[in-house]
Design a protein around this ligand. Sequence first.
Ligand code: GLU
Length: 513
Amino acid sequence: MDKPRVRFAPSPTGALHIGGVRTALYDYLIAKQQGGAFVLRIEDTDQTRYVPGAEDYIKEALEWVGLVPDEGPGYGGAYGPYRQSERKAIYKEYGEKLIASGNAYYAFDTPEELTAAREASKAAGNHSFKYGAANRAKMRNSTSLPQAEVEQLLADKTPYVIRLKVPTDQTISFDDKIKGVVSFSSNELDDKVMMKADGMPTYHLANVVDDRLMKINLVIRGDEWLSSTPHHVLLYRAFGWGDEMPVFAHLPLILKPSGKGKLSKRDGAKFGFPVFPLSWKGATPEDSFDGFKDFGFDPAAVVNFLAFLGWNPGTEQEIFTLQGLVDAFSLEKVGKSGARFDFEKAKWFNQQYLIAADNGVLAKMVRPLIEKKGHNLSQVFLEKFCGLMKERVMLLPEFWEKGYYFFEAVKEYEGKPIRKKWKPERRAKFETLRESIKAIDNFEADTIETVVKAFVEESELGFGAVLPILRIGVSGTMKGPSIYEIIALVGKEETDTRLATAFDAFDEMKAAV
Ligand code: GLU
């Protein structure tokens, strides 16, 4: 094959579903791997579904994950315009070509007539009315009406659509790169509308014409378009391009976490995870969503996660940079069956990126979160904090949620260990521990550790009696990094204040039991 020219062809009807980002990713990987071009085409011919802002959203989302198109609206390229609404004249010309070659016809049926035909078919026991070879002659179109009448209707500017004249008794086969050979009987297909009454093309016509004119030679898209492909094949044939069709590759569906059914945009709200890359503010709260970015994902982790929704390298390796994916990716290793969306796995990928990230970089990412809470700390402090916490968080906001105590007083003490371990009669002993910590000159983790260990021995209390008290006193929780590191970072004065407050609180907690 020549160098691949692949396109991502979203319709700007709202936020970009994460499945769309996966399609764009696979497009990008193939294009970059083989020195081809990744084209963005905006399919905005359906004016009723057009949503302002959606195109910008699509571009921002692609750029956020690092998939910058080589060609597209705003990106340049030799085959523009790349917005279908700016190519109306082209589609009109190709619609007329179909008529002229006898591969399409004018249909004048009104919506009422179409409804009546459907009802009549239902009454006769046939529930799936198809406007096609079986019914064509009964409808009002240029194949059924006398030519003079057709001409009159056209002269009177009677609204019409142009329909593809699907031939009978043909087998339409194509070798899908992922599904293998797929065959349809033309008798199953309807005479799809190519040009609508408003003079706009339908998706089918515009998509095929543009793929041809933009020299697209590999069409990667979601499984839901597989059933449209036989019509597209017929269109290629009708235009005389049947021997030069692009290769098709239909990607497996992305399924709900349960594995049952397609992942929908509503599922995000339902299950509490993002299904969009960036936040989307629709007209209503129900149509407004947080994206992966808002959940605190690193875009590189999102890309890595998406790559694995349907593909795997055939090895144990799971962590890939975008360039690593470019090198390793192949459509041959994309599965045929649906890929289950597993949010826990998405978080796991993000965690791997956090762990691998440089603390300096993380500190810069975390700073705005901490500042939003009213704390302004040095880069050195934040770097240490990130280094201690990064193995314990999966998403960025958790740095605050799980580590707020590095910045401000404990909000709540974990009750169970305190009720079990705190003995008011030992308070005096713990006060001496507090004094010894306060007396440390070199306030570093290992010095603090030495002092605490000495106390454990001298007091004969044992680690099990001392450490939970110290840990919960300073951080409120049993979970977290080394308590000596926490104390060192929290600082001497603050540790002292916290322990004093905590011992009082522990006495009260005990008294309340
Ligand atoms: N405009 C279609 C969509 O929104 C494009 C489908 C295709 O790639 O052919 O997904």
